[in-house]
Design a protein around this ligand. Structure first.
Ligand SMILES: [Zn+2]
Length: 257
């Protein structure tokens, strides 16, 4: 399996640092799976309708077609239709915007998250889901993954992947773990914004994280679990978040915009 690290968008709301949209593209036997989708073509075409002026200004959305997942996938020699599965950490507009560029893909999400999306909770953009994604819902599971709940994902690609509930940022927010050889990649989504949060609560971005959390106690508990994993399982689990530009592995310099 090939793992590609794609930056599928940029957000910049000073004084917060510039934030990435770090998506994973898994490639196996010509089939592709995406973890999160970044900012999509339709967001760029109709930003106010899809995301809204308040969120655009508040989060500092930037719109660059070259960064969309679909354009980067085409740049790698594939087509949108090669993406058979998408796994969403949660439904926020900076994560779900690219869904509509892959209408044929199965979209995996926790059932808690889908319930909130379908209920029309204010933080989500109904327009980003108007194309009626082919949802695959993942309910609670008894499977454990390094001491956390793990919801096994059956993707078209023969890949070992697990949805790992890390609630708080949203009520159904999950990380996504993918086995690569003898270790795991853990995409933590927005369970932290910056990896600095693994070692301190005093970082300025922690206040933003509290503000944006649907349940801040749960968010802190999830962050505590990530700190435990980082401490006890660093050799088995390599974690990274969605918004920290410093976490792209060397050799995966984001596309210039
Ligand atoms: Zn986000």
């Amino acid at each position: 399996m090939n793992v590609h690290h794609l930056n599928c968008g940029v957000l910049h709301a000073p004084p917060s640092p510039q934030a990435s949209c770090h998506c994973l593209l898994l490639e196996h036997n010509g089939r592709l799976a995406l973890v999160d989708t970044g900012i999509g073509l339709q967001d760029i075409a109709r930003p106010e309708e899809r995301i809204g002026r308040q969120a655009i200004d508040g989060a500092g959305f930037q719109f660059h077609e070259a960064l969309t997942a679909v354009r980067q996938i085409e740049g790698l020699g594939f087509q949108a239709a090669d993406v058979t599965d998408i796994v969403l950490t949660h439904g926020d507009p900076d994560h779900a915007g690219g869904l509509a560029d892959f209408p044929a893909a199965a979209v995996h999400v926790s059932d808690e998250e889908l319930a909130r999306i379908k209920a029309g909770h204010w933080r989500y953009s109904a327009a980003q889901f108007a194309h009626q994604p082919q949802w695959v819902v993942h309910p609670k599971s008894d499977v454990r993954w390094f001491g956390l709940e793990g919801r096994p994902l059956s993707l078209s690609l023969k890949v070992d992947a697990v949805l790992v509930p890390l609630a708080g940022h949203t009520l159904g927010h999950c990380g996504v773990a993918v086995r690569v050889g003898d270790h795991w990649l853990l995409h933590v989504g927005d369970a932290y914004y910056l990896s600095a949060e693994l070692s301190t609560d005093e970082h300025p971005v922690s206040q933003l994280a509290s503000m944006r959390a649907d349940d801040d106690d749960e968010r802190r508990a999830s962050l505590g679990e990530l700190r435990r994993l980082a401490r006890d399982h660093a050799t088995e689990v390599a974690m990274f978040g969605y918004h920290d530009f410093t976490e792209f592995p060397s050799g995966w310099l984001p596309v210039a915009w």
